[in-house]
Design a protein around this ligand. Sequence first.
Ligand SMILES: [Zn+2]
Length: 347
Amino acid sequence: MRSQAFVENQSRTKRGLSSHITDEEKLWKKLWSIKAPGKMKITLWRFAHDCLPSGTQLRQRNIPVASDACLFCNREESSEHTLMFCPYAAEVWRAVKSAFPLHLRRKDFSTTKSWVLDFLARSCERELVTMAVTVWHLWEARNGVRNEEKRRHPNSLAEQIKVYIELILLHLLKNPTVQRRESSSTSHWSPPPTGTAVVNSDAALFSSSSRMGVGVVIRDHTGSFLAACSKLLDEVTSPEIAEALAIRSAISLARDEGLNDFILVSDCLSVIQRIQSPVRDRSMVGVVVEDIKILAASLSSVTFRHVSRHCNNSAHAMARRAELSGSCFFHGVAPKCIRDKLCIDYI
Ligand SMILES: [Zn+2]
């Protein structure tokens, strides 16, 4: 089969494993360079990593939903079903392909990742745009039906998709100014390099008790959950010190998990700036910041990144959790309170 053959060819390459990784990384770069809005590329990337919250995914993660079956056809709702195999998706694809031909090769499907990598390897820019735009619209249509919006006729959805693709092909590909603006607006997010991890940290102050909660969530570069913790600390009332303590705990946990190379994410800009500053910090929070710098220097690579609060939901939930549940640690299986947040956290 084509997809399997692709993966096997990659792993049998005479140049060995390192070139296999390099070839795969080139394909992910190809995905991120598709001339489509970032949200569409992210949906395609999440499809490839099978982390779209489909009915099957939600059931596997024990997240209760009214129905985990496909709302178009009542079959099992995996992400590949929604985006490729569902009769509704097939109708949409048929109409889109009449204007923008491409080969889906559905019969060669084995896993979402091998299928997307194979598609990336064999497709031209126009086909890649068609894929990213159609996948996103199909997923949005599915979400709309889940949210009890009126189900759209597949031809109507396909018309909207075709207009969108035409717009991109006419303007984005021919207009470098618009293209640059598009790429800069989406550059705020990209997946971490293969082999690295993402460590989210957050703090929550519980003013009634002068206590604080620390929340840490660690995932690998594909977004898969590795570990998390909640910690309850006494006698902390300054938000900035609380955030710095959360970052220190996050680095310690990552180190204890055997991680040496990771991106530390916090939604507290002032603490991230203090950590990144070469100047010795003499503020109240400075003692903790100096600790953080020493800890980070003892590891091979720690990159500090600030994100907005809504990109840090899972760590925030873990910090809040400490007020009720005290200190606890999770390894391998994510606690229920963050399962629905793990995927959306990234965007
Ligand atoms: Zn279906």
